[in-house]
Design a protein around this ligand. Structure first.
Ligand code: ATP
Ligand code: MG
Length: 231
């Protein structure tokens, strides 16, 4: 059992409707992630992993059921509350980096802080600190197309951390990277969890991610079907 749950989903259901067709992506999914845990999510393509992250991250709303984060049901939040929830409480890391192509590394990292109305001095200081954390001080003024895949993913991680959210959600963060680069990114996730005390939920097919996780949850057909403790 999780001692202090930070994320609790209960009977979570998500049905996508397009015209007359209906896809049941989540069918009553229950799970918990504890404060400070690093949990991996695995399961076959189409089983609902991305859907689950989107609901936890407030990118989409459930059809039924609850997503309680730190005692608040995200499913009940107003649109305005969801905007600040997404901005301040969760950081997202995607498979394809998701950087703004026209902005430099440092401008990408600053952007979430600008949107949150942080003063420029704080933004600059924090951007420098984050560039250092991800080992990219020397790439600050480069645009994404001037960076390698691994470097872009490091910038993306810094972007996710910009407003210092307690939770980091990652969807196949090593999916596009070669073995060695993938390992470096994983080492970074481990530091986020170990040193910065971020709660990390990472979707992955990568067996090495499971190796750094405290627990591995198996999803199948929109439900949790198994759990293995690791570290
Ligand atoms: N916007 C959408 N509209 C309609 N159906 C969707 C939508 N998004 C996802 N689905 C469907 O919901 C199911 C779950 O999708 P989801 O993207 O969560 O799977 P996944 O586990 O992340 O798969 P993968 O490993 O391939 O990324 C799939 O059947 C998918 O086709
Ligand atoms: Mg997916």
């Amino acid at each position: 059992m999780v001692e202090t749950p930070e994320i609790v989903t209960k009977d979570l259901i998500k049905v996508y409707r397009a015209g007359k067709s209906e896809v049941i992506a989540l069918r009553g999914l229950d799970m918990q992630v504890g404060d400070g845990e690093l949990v991996a999510l695995q399961g076959p393509s189409g089983c609902g992993k991305t859907t689950l992250l989107n609901l936890i991250g407030g990118i989409d709303r459930p059809t039924a059921g609850s997503v309680v984060v730190d005692g608040t049901n995200v499913a009940d939040m107003s649109d305005a509350d969801l905007v600040s929830y997404r901005r301040d409480r969760v950081g997202f890391v995607f498979q394809f980096f998701n950087l703004v192509p026209t902005l430099s590394a440092e401008e990408n990292i600053e952007l979430p802080m600008r949107l949150a109305g942080k003063p420029s001095e704080l933004r600059e200081k924090r951007t420098r600190g984050l560039l250092q954390l991800v080992g990219l001080e020397k790439r600050a003024v480069h645009r994404p197309d001037e960076l390698s895949g691994g470097e872009q993913q490091r910038v993306a991680i810094a972007v996710a951390l910009a407003n210092d959210p307690p939770i980091v959600l990652a969807d196949e963060p090593t999916g596009e990277l070669d073995t060695k680069t993938g390992e470096e990114i994983l080492a970074l996730f481990r530091r986020l969890n170990g040193e910065l005390r971020k709660t990390v939920l990472v979707v992955t097919h990568d067996a090495r991610v499971a190796g750094i996780a405290h627990r591995v949850l198996q999803i199948q057909d929109g439900k949790i079907v198994g759990e293995a403790a690791r570290n």
